[in-house]
Design a protein. Structure first.
Length: 145
């Protein structure tokens, strides 16, 4: 993870977010790495392995969704309050086969209870593989220190 990123003010530090997402064993199992987190944003990557492929020899859609969902989770939790998905959808634009997939989440809107996010998943050539949209519900619990 990129240790040089620090959030200020009431935001949790990168270390808090890193520790919080260390508990996400599924993303670890999927070979997903959180690269950066900022207020309402996040970047992650997934280096593809044979277990990511479907029977057709392309990356399984669930693997791509998992990368996008994880990145969405990091961005939506970046404000220091626990946020959980209440709606998510994905549109697949292009098949992926090898290499690394990169996901970048950005906040579209946020209020006290809801946040809307878009995540672009791209391949190593920078081509759009999938577009994910998610809505998060903000709970009253803070991200643990």
């Amino acid at each position: 993870m990129n240790k040089e990123i620090q959030m200020t003010g009431k935001q949790p530090t990168m270390g808090n977010i890193e520790r919080y997402f260390k508990g996400d064993r599924f993303s670890e199992r999927c070979n997903i790495e959180l690269l950066s987190v900022g207020p309402g944003t996040a970047r992650a990557k997934m280096t593809l392995q044979g277990y990511h492929w479907n029977g057709y020899g392309t990356v399984q859609g669930g693997a791509i969704f998992t990368l996008a969902d994880f990145t969405f989770a990091a961005a939506s939790n970046s404000h220091g309050m626990v946020a959980v998905a209440i709606n998510a959808n994905i549109t697949f634009m292009k098949a992926a086969k090898t290499g690394t997939l990169w996901a970048e989440a950005r906040e579209i809107s946020k209020n006290f209870k809801l946040g809307s996010y878009t995540v672009e998943v791209k391949d190593e050539a920078g081509d759009l593989v999938a577009l994910f949209q998610g809505m998060a519900y903000r709970k009253t619990e803070k991200i643990p220190d």
